[in-house]
Design a protein around this ligand. Structure first.
Ligand code: F6P
Length: 438
């Protein structure tokens, strides 16, 4: 198994009355059998293409010629937001993207995910990025997201003003849904007008579920990662779902049942995912969108919170341990024992920490992850642990698939559609209206 999940510290039998009772978990698991059946049916009839992706590889191979066109680039600038950026960034962290201490020294092109629209940041990018040697990749499933359209227009304009208009088809790439009669796709129309190569966003895979498509795997390949291994890891989890085993033995099903039972029985309306690895920081942000946008409907949903260990022990843990008992915790650890600098015994003694001597930084981080899970449990707070011994493409693929399946199964249990986000549209329309009036 690429990861090991345990819900023992979420059970009433282990932690007391804030934990899920056997009866409530049993009932949720019984409902989960039906949800699993639905998911297996969707896989069999192909009606949810995401479920078949882990077994595919031809589409990944087809990205090679695009990635070859990035060769020699000084900068790769990804334009896009939400599901069009979070999966790519999550995967890119395996190649040290946004990893303190490592990111500035990584070989290869500089990576920019301009996912948040901030005028000062975007102006800074355009002022500093060498336009002639950068590649710009605009990603939007709908092709109508205001942030992405604005960024793309600004880039095209900058290229034109720099006398690079003739090179736009070489420097700019697009990724969006195929043209549909009667459906506006501003990004596609704009870029095609400049002769830009357009890649197709899978029509059957929603943005926040798109990390295993070209949306997440193009950045992976561009950073030299093994995209097929990401798919292979995801396939192991999908295979477990298809194995026909009972829900209690299928990790994403057990996770969904536990989360839902804790929300219903014990009022755990906040789901904190705390990962003890810098390279999982974006994973927690990806999870937040996935869980929030998929389940926050019709008065349902629990509020996802991403946290990073050990740093957030020094900001959030006090609240988690002594604040309202409204949270379900997931602590994700990796096999860091023995990793990193080994500490000098003499210096450790002088610092008043003789036990640090001969130990590695990874030894401490491993101990901290374990201690946090145990402390939460000792305080009667329901905690699931997920351990990934080796964080690499395969295990990340497995984690991504686990959480996508857990979310889909949770939506089934709640009787809601995991794949739309109708409430967000209202604000988008209003913002465009205010802009027109300004
Ligand atoms: O990929 P698109 O269509 O630009 O959408 C970006 C994001 O905006 C949302 O539609 C929400 O506003 C997300 O669901 C999506 O991931």
């Amino acid at each position: 198994m690429l990861y090991v999940q345990s819900i023992e510290r979420a059970r009433e039998a282990t932690i007391g009355r804030e934990g899920v009772s056997e009866a409530a978990l049993g009932a949720a698991l019984a409902r989960t059998e039906a949800a699993l059946k639905v998911v297996r049916g969707w896989h069999a009839d192909g009606s949810l293409p995401l479920l078949g992706l882990p077994a595919e590889s031809a589409d990944v191979a087809a990205l090679k010629p695009i990635v070859e066109r990035f060769a020699g680039a000084t900068d790769l600038v990804f334009l896009g937001t939400g599901g069009s950026a979070l999966g790519g960034q999550t995967v890119a962290q395996l190649a040290d993207h946004l990893v303190p201490g490592a990111a500035p020294f990584r070989a290869g092109p500089r990576i920019h995910f301009m996912d948040n629209l901030d005028p000062l940041s975007f102006a800074a990018l355009l002022a500093h990025v060498p336009l002639a040697t950068a590649r710009f990749i605009a990603i939007s499933k709908s092709g109508g997201t205001g942030e992405t359209l604005m960024q793309t227009i600004a880039v095209l304009d900058a290229l034109k003003k720099a006398g690079l208009e003739a090179r736009i088809p070489e420097l700019v790439f697009g990724l969006s849904e195929p043209a549909k009669p009667g459906k506006k796709n501003g990004l596609r129309t704009l870029l095609e007008g400049f002769g830009v190569t357009m890649m197709e966003h899978h029509t059957g895979v929603g943005g926040r579920f798109s990390v295993l498509t070209n949306v997440g795997l193009l950045p992976a390949l561009a950073l030299g990662l093994d995209a097929q291994a990401i798919r292979a890891g995801a396939k192991e989890v999908m295979d477990a779902v298809l194995s026909g085993k009972p829900a209690a033995e299928v990790a994403p099903a057990l996770g969904a049942a536990t989360a839902l039972a804790l929300a219903e029985e014990r009022g755990k309306t906040i789901s904190v995912v705390m990962a003890y690895a810098d390279r999982l920081a974006m994973f927690t942000k990806w999870y937040v969108q996935l869980w929030a946008e998929s389940l926050g409907k019709e008065g349902h949903g629990t509020t996802p919170v991403g946290a990073l260990g050990p740093v957030d022990q020094h900001s959030q843990l006090q609240l988690y341990l002594a604040g309202p008992k409204d949270k379900f915790f997931t602590v994700i650890t990796t096999g860091v024992k023995g990793k990193g600098p080994k500490l000098d015994p003499e210096l450790s003694k002088i610092a008043g920490e003789p036990d640090f001597g001969g130990r590695t930084i990874g030894d401490l981080v491993a101990a901290q992850g374990r201690a946090t899970a145990d402390t939460l449990a000792k305080n009667g707070l329901p905690t699931r642990t997920i351990h990934v011994e080796t964080l690499d493409e395969r295990s990340l693929g497995a984690l991504l698939m686990h959480f996508m399946l857990e979310t889909i199964i949770a939506a089934q249990l709640l009787g809601i559609d995991a794949f739309d986000q109708p409430a967000v549209e209202e604000g988008k329309i209003l913002a465009k209206q205010y802009l027109a009036e300004s």
